[in-house]
Design a protein around this ligand. Structure first.
Ligand code: PLP
Length: 385
């Protein structure tokens, strides 16, 4: 099988398993316990926090470990909006793009439904880009938080986050970015990006599912979503997932260290794959931005097919990929991300996403391109007959 679904998840790296194993076995202490086993766990957690802070270029106290990207996004959007409005009732708006992950979008909808917030949505252009002009135009007085993803999980478009964050800062609006897909591929130093909050997820980087991080500036107040023993400086109660935190920190550190060597190679492979698919499959269209896109994502529409049928045919041919995001898999509805790019619903339903990790090879992508050609022709043949 050729695995081209790394944007859905990645296998746990051996180095990560080795780093986390002690905290699942001999060093199994609770970081809050006042004995040597507890202290060892607390030290491991502090080490993981310092390592993540080192990669992001922030203070360790600005790192909150969460159960994943979804929780980090929820804590950022709800936590910032609710705490700011509690201090100033006029701050009752949230701003997002039209292609946010459901973890951000549904958090905003919750704020609207339960707490009466107003949602402002910045449209994207046909490549999935939020332009600085569109962002500025959508930014209203009374905005409690703005959340614009760093890189999109379906089409790979990378947003000009630093420019957008600078615009938000001019108005004193805290800016959050969902960097779940970007981490490992793009620079994530928070001061260079100028963001106030940033979400990460371990399982996209070679750590297990169920580990995540929210960076939030220490001066930013966050209304907690999970109440209890006051762990994570009260921002997120619950006994800490020490092994998960160590795993995420190890995976992030490894990916960050390898970035300079891997990005150029993967971009070249991705572009070769895109060229082959566009050359060989009549009518194939690339979705997302042609250049400002993640090294790891090649996404297409194949008009005259159904994405789900192409996916099944590809699996039969030994290629695993996705018809959109893993969250929307199995749903017949056209992807809201693709329709936000102005792609008609009947074309959006023909979407297939290929996503790689850094171990991808030229031979695998060559074989995959041949499989794509056969799969699309087979599906079109079937739908004609
Ligand atoms: N944000 C983006 C952009 C994602 O792609 C994902 C996962 O697919 C998430 C958030 C959610 O992360 P997790 O699966 O760790 O909850």
């Amino acid at each position: 099988m050729i695995f081209l679904d790394a944007a859905a998840t990645t296998p746990v790296r051996r180095e990560v398993l080795e780093a986390m194993w002690p905290y699942l076995s001999g060093e199994f202490g609770n970081p809050s316990s006042h004995h040597s086993l507890g202290e060892a766990a607390a030290n491991a957690l502090a080490g993981a926090r310092a390592a993540v802070a080192g990669v992001l270029g922030c203070r360790p106290g600005e790192i909150t470990f969460t159960s994943g990207g979804t929780e980090a996004d929820n804590l950022a959007v709800k936590g910032i909006a609710l705490s700011r409005r509690a201090k100033d009732p006029s701050l009752d708006r949230v701003l997002l793009s039209s292609i946010e992950h459901p973890a951000v979008e549904e958090s905003a909808l919750y704020l609207q439904r339960v707490h009466g917030f107003t949602i402002d949505v910045v449209p994207v252009d046909h490549t999935g880009l939020v332009t600085p002009e569109a962002f500025r135009a959508a930014l209203q007085p009374g905005t409690a938080v703005a959340s614009i993803m760093y890189a999109n999980n379906e089409v790979g478009t990378v947003q000009p986050v630093a420019e957008l964050a600078a615009i938000a800062a001019e108005s004193g609006v805290p800016f959050h970015t969902d960097a779940v897909q970007a981490a490992g591929w793009l620079p994530v130093r928070v001061q260079d990006l100028g963001v106030d909050a940033l979400s990460l997820s371990g399982h996209k980087l070679g750590a297990p599912k169920g580990s995540g991080v929210l960076f939030a500036k220490s001066r930013l107040r966050l209304e907690p979503l999970v109440h209890g023993g006051g762990q994570e400086r009260g921002r997120r109660s619950g006994t800490e997932n020490v092994a998960g935190a160590v795993a995420l920190a190890t995976a992030l550190t490894l990916a960050n260290g390898e970035q300079a060597d891997t990005v150029g190679r993967v971009v070249e492979l991705r572009d070769g794959f895109i060229r082959r698919v566009l050359d060989r499959v009549p009518g194939a269209m690339l979705t997302g931005h042609p250049e400002q896109r993640l090294p790891s994502i090649a996404s297409f529409c194949f008009p005259g097919t159904s994405g789900e049928s192409v996916l099944l045919e590809l699996e039969r041919l030994g290629v695993l990929c996705s018809s959109g995001s893993a969250c929307a898999a199995g749903s017949d509805a056209p992807s809201p991300v693709l329709t936000a790019l102005g792609i008609p619903a009947e074309v959006a339903q023909t979407a297939v996403r290929f996503s790689f990790n850094s171990a991808i090879t030229a031979a695998e992508l060559e074989e995959a391109a041949t499989a794509v050609e056969s799969a699309v022709l087979a599906v079109r043949g079937l739908s004609r007959s």
